[in-house]
Structures are given as C-alpha cells and as structure tokens.
Design a protein around this ligand. Structure first.
Ligand code: VGL
Ligand code: ZN
Length: 200
C-alpha cells in the first residue's frame, strides 16, 4: 500500500482519541525517559481539547506493571523498572489536561507477560465497539513499542487509524526504530495527521 499523507480531516461521531502511555516514567526524569517526550504534552492537550469539546470519547492507556514484571532487567527483561502500578511513575503528568470522562485502559498487568498493545488483555475493543467507534486517532509513547503495537491491533480489528505524527516519540533502542515503526504503520494502512489538519 502507498504511504498517504492526509490533508484536512473533519471529526465525526465515530471517532475516538487514544492517548498511549503518556506517563511520568516515560517523561524526562522518569526511569525509562523517552527523549523529547515532554514536547508532545502541549500537542496532545490540543487533541484532547478538540475531542472533548466535540463530545468524542478519549481513551488513555497506561503501562501498569507489577513490581516484578518480566520485562524488567532484574527479571531477565530489557527495561529498567518502570510504570509500577500506582506509583508516581505510572501516573499522568499534571500538565496533561485529561477530562474526567477519559476512559482508562491498564495494560501489561500480568507479571509473566509483556504486552505492548492497548488491545492485549484489555476490554478496549469491546468498549470501542459498543461506542460505535470506527476510526482511532492514536498518539503517545513509545512510537516503536506501545504505539506501534496498538496501531497494529487497531488495524487488525478493523479500525481506521490516524497516527498523530506530531504527538509521538520513540525509545529508539536501535537508531531509527521509531522511523521504521512509522513506516510500518503507514504501510499497514495508518494515515499520518497533524493537529493543524483537523477541521471542525
Ligand atoms: C513501553 C517500553 C516498555 C511503551 C512500555 O509504552 O511503549 N515501552 N514498556
Ligand atoms: Zn512497560
């Protein structure tokens, strides 16, 4: 499939915003800090405002690990301890302006299982279906892990995906992982969009 860059896009009642893992531990000063991740907070706030003011649902995912999660180095995984359920690092930064109506989806809660997708082991798909959502606007952290896997599953589950290209940041364990992830998401059918392209 060809890569496609979208012009202006209008929001409809079958659209939802999915904010992926915009949590303290992935921000500067956090235990798994992602470079430049703080820069996307004001942009995500614009998307949040757009969706909320149009009465469209906002879903948030949170990496929500037990203290001995298998992805942690101490347990043989590759990551420093991060996003332990209920700790400061697992919470949203104060300057992320989420409305009370935002729907929280908690992921990777099973000690024995890594899960990078917001759909894996959660009720996200059921909630989206019952709200008649057809198109997802997906952004957050990290481009090359949870955003990538959430987008893959969204497309597999039949949703249209608009990738918020101005509101994602990559871990880049290997150089260009983020770039490759974007290329893959686009080749699978995701359409990239910037907040200034949304018309209402
Ligand atoms: C993530 C690394 C480890 C993510 C979660 O949210 O992309 N990355 N756990
Ligand atoms: Zn994690």
């Amino acid at each position: 499939m060809c890569s496609s860059k979208q012009g202006n896009v209008g929001l409809t009642k079958s659209d939802a915003l999915v904010v992926v893992d915009l949590q303290n531990d992935f921000l500067p000063g956090g235990s798994l800090a992602v470079s430049g991740s703080d820069e996307i907070i004001p942009i995500m706030n614009k998307y949040i405002h757009l969706f909320h003011s149009n009465d469209l649902p906002i879903f948030t995912t949170q990496d929500w690990h037990p203290p001995d999660h298998c992805s942690f180095k101490e347990e043989g995984g590759i990551w420093p301890v991060h996003c332990v359920a209920g700790t400061m690092g697992s919470l949203f930064p104060e300057d992320l302006k989420l409305p009370d109506s935002a729907i929280a989806i908690l992921t990777a809660t099973n000690r024995k299982k890594e899960a990078y997708s917001g759909f894996e082991g959660t009720d996200l798909n059921i909630r989206l279906r019952s709200a008649n959502i057809k198109r997802l606007f997906i952004g957050g952290i990290a481009t090359d892990y949870c955003v990538l896997n959430t987008v893959r599953d969204a497309l597999k589950n039949g949703y249209e995906v608009m990738l918020l290209i101005d509101a994602i940041r990559a871990v880049d364990v290997s150089p260009d992982d983020g770039k490759r992830a974007i290329a893959e998401m686009v080749s699978l059918g995701a359409v990239t969009i910037e907040h200034k392209n949304i018309i209402i």
